[in-house]
Write a protein that binds this ligand. Structure first.
Ligand SMILES: Cc1ncc(COP(=O)(O)O)c(C=O)c1O
Length: 477
C-alpha cells in the first residue's frame, strides 16, 4: 500500500477493478453509519477527527469556508503581494517541499538564495555586491530582529572595549515605526526611544533623531517608507546629523534602514535618492520580498554593509545536515519556495520590468490621491509619490461621520481600506490609507473611486452625526 492509498481508504480495491465491498447491516446500524459518515464530512473545530474524509471533500469544505475571508486583491490595507504570475505560482508549488535550511541537500536552492542576496546588495549599492553579507528571512520582522541584534552586539563590543557598562542599551526611531521594532526592544531588552511625531512632521527627522541619542544608543532605525503614510524618512540627512554628532562628541552611531516597503521601490523609482549603502553610516538594511519584492508571503531580506558589520558570534555553523553550514536566523526550517519565487521574479522581470511594475503602482496611487482630494471632504496626508501608498483624513468641518464610517461603508463593496490614528503626539489624526500594489490597475482604481464618491455623497447628505460604533484605535500593518 503506497502513501496515497493510506490517505484514501478503498483506493486499493478500486485500483484492482473491484468495488469496495458493502457491509451487510440492518436499518438502525445503517442510520448510525450515515450519521457517522455525515459527521466525518464536517471540518474539525478543536479535536483531531477519528477518521478523515476523502481529500476532495476536505478541499471543498475548506475552500468553501475560506470564501468568507476578504478578497486579497481588494485588500488595500496590506503591503503584502496579492498577485503573482501563473508560472511563479506553479514554481512555488513545485518547490514547497524543499527545506531552505538543508543547504547540503538542496545546494542549488542555496545558490539561488546567495544570488538573490548579491542582486539585492547590488540594488542597494553595497560595496561588497559580489560577495555580499546577507540572508533571506521570513519577512522584514525577522530581518529587523537580525539587523538590530547585530547593532546591539557591536555596541556592546564598543562599550566593553571602552570599559563602560553595557546594561542600558537604547534604540532611537520615530514613533511611527512598525511594531516589529517595539518587539525587538522588548524581546532583547533594549530601551525603545521613540521620537514622537509632531504637527505636520509625521516621521523621524535628523534633528529630532540626534536629540535622543547618547552613548548607550545601539543605532538609529530610519524607515523607507513609513507604515503610516508611505513617506520616506530622510536617511542621508539623519546620517549627516549623526556625522556632526560624532565630530562634536565622538559618539559613532550606526543606522539600520528599515526599507520593508521602499527597498524594492526606491532603486527603481527614485534611483538618485541616497538612502542605502551609498551613505557610509548605513550598516544594514532590510526589505520584504513579499511586499514590493512582488512575492507571496513570507520572504524578507537582511543585508549588511560588509562582513565586519555582522558580528561573528551571531552566525552559527551546524554540521548535522551534512556539510558545514553557516546560519543566522531566528527560524530553522522554511520552505524554499519563496526564495525560488523571488529569484523567478528577478529573472522574469529584470530591472526594467520591476521599474515598469512599480511605476504603474505609483501612477495609480498618485491618480487615486488626486481624485480623492477632488471629492471634497478629504485632505491628503501623503500623495503616493514615495511608496505607492498614501493616507488621507477628513477635513475639520466634517462632523457627521468619521474615517471609520468611510472604511466600514467601503467594506460593503469588498474594499478593505483601513482607518487608524497616528502615534503619539498625533493620536488626534485619524486617517484612511491605501496601499497600491501590482494587480491594482487603473480600471480597479476607477471602480474604487466610484464607490468612494457614492458613499461619500451618502455621508454628506446626513443631517446629524451617525451613532458611534466601537471604533478601533489602532491598526498595525
Ligand atoms: C516599515 C515596516 N517595517 C517592518 C514591517 C514588517 O514587515 P513583515 O510583514 O515583512 O514582517 C512592515 C510591515 O508592514 C513595515 O511597514
Amino acid at each position: 500500500m503506497g502513501i496515497n492509498s493510506q490517505m484514501d481508504p478503498g483506493e486499493d480495491e478500486r485500483h484492482q477493478g473491484r468495488r469496495p465491498s458493502a457491509p451487510s447491516v440492518d436499518g438502525t446500524k445503517l442510520r448510525e453509519m450515515v450519521e457517522a459518515a455525515e459527521e466525518h464530512l464536517r471540518t474539525p473545530d478543536d479535536k483531531l477527527p477519528e477518521f478523515g474524509m476523502p481529500g476532495e471533500s476536505a478541499y471543498e469544505l475548506i475552500t468553501s469556508e475560506l470564501l468568507l475571508d476578504g478578497s486579497a486583491r481588494l485588500n488595500l490595507a496590506t503591503f503584502v503581494t496579492t498577485w503573482m504570475p501563473p508560472r511563479a505560482r506553479q514554481l512555488m508549488g513545485e518547490t514547497a517541499d524543499k527545506n531552505l535550511i538543508d543547504k547540503d541537500e538542496y545546494p542549488q536552492t542555496a545558490a539561488i538564495e546567495a544570488r538573490c542576496v548579491n542582486i539585492i546588495a547590488d540594488l542597494w549599492n553595497s560595496p561588497d555586491r559580489e560577495k555580499a553579507t546577507g540572508c533571506s528571512t521570513t519577512g522584514s520582522s525577522e530581518a529587523v530582529m537580525l539587523g538590530a541584534m547585530a547593532l546591539k552586539w557591536k555596541w556592546r563590543d564598543r562599550m566593553r572595549a571602552a570599559g563602560k557598562p553595557t546594561d542600558r542599551p537604547n534604540l532611537v526611531a520615530g514613533a511611527n515605526v512598525q511594531v516589529c521594532w517595539e518587539k525587538f526592544c522588548r524581546y532583547w531588552d533594549v530601551e525603545p526611544r521613540l521620537v514622537p511625531v509632531e504637527g505636520d512632521t509625521l516621521h523621524l527627522t535628523a534633528d529630532r533623531a540626534v536629540e535622543y541619542c547618547d552613548e548607550n544608543t545601539i543605532g538609529v532605525a530610519a524607515i523607507l517608507g513609513s507604515t503610516f503614510d508611505g513617506s520616506y524618512e530622510p536617511v542621508k540627512e539623519i546620517a549627516a546629523a549623526l556625522d556632526d554628532l560624532q565630530a562634536r562628541t565622538g559618539l559613532d552611531i550606526p543606522i539600520h534602514v528599515d526599507a520593508a516597503g521602499g527597498g524594492f521601490v526606491a532603486p527603481f523609482l527614485q534611483p538618485d535618492l541616497e538612502w542605502d549603502f551609498r551613505v557610509p553610516r548605513v550598516k544594514s538594511i532590510n526589505a520584504s520580498g513579499h511586499k514590493y519584492g512582488l512575492v507571496y508571503p513570507g520572504v524578507g531580506w537582511a543585508i549588511w554593509r560588509d562582513e565586519g558589520s555582522l558580528p561573528k558570534e551571531l552566525v552559527f555553523d551546524v554540521n548535522y545536515l551534512g556539510g558545514k553550514m553557516p546560519t543566522f536566523s531566528l527560524n530553522f526550517s522554511r520552505p524554499g519556495s519563496e526564495v525560488v519565487a523571488q529569484y523567478y521574479m528577478f529573472t522574469h522581470l529584470g530591472y526594467v520590468g520591476y521599474r515598469r511594475t512599480q511605476q504603474q503602482s505609483s501612477d495609480v496611487a498618485q491618480y487615486l490621491a488626486r481624485e480623492i482630494e477632488k471629492i471634497g471632504p478629504y485632505r491628503l496626508i501623503s500623495h503616493g509619490d514615495e511608496l505607492p501608498v498614501f493616507a488621507f483624513t477628513l477635513k475639520p468641518e466634517v462632523k457627521n461621520y468619521t474615517v471609520y464610517d468611510v472604511s466600514d461603508k467601503l467594506r460593503e463593496r469588498g474594499w478593505q481600506v483601513p482607518a487608524y490614528t497616528f502615534p503619539p503626539n498625533r493620536e488626534d489624526l485619524q486617517v484612511l490609507r491605501i496601499v497600491v500594489r501590482a494587480g491594482m490597475n487603473q480600471d480597479m482604481a476607477d471602480l474604487l473611486l466610484d464607490d468612494l464618491r457614492d458613499r461619500t455623497a451618502f455621508f454628506e447628505a446626513l443631517d446629524a452625526p451617525l451613532p458611534r460604533p466601537n471604533q478601533p484605535d489602532a491598526f498595525a500593518h
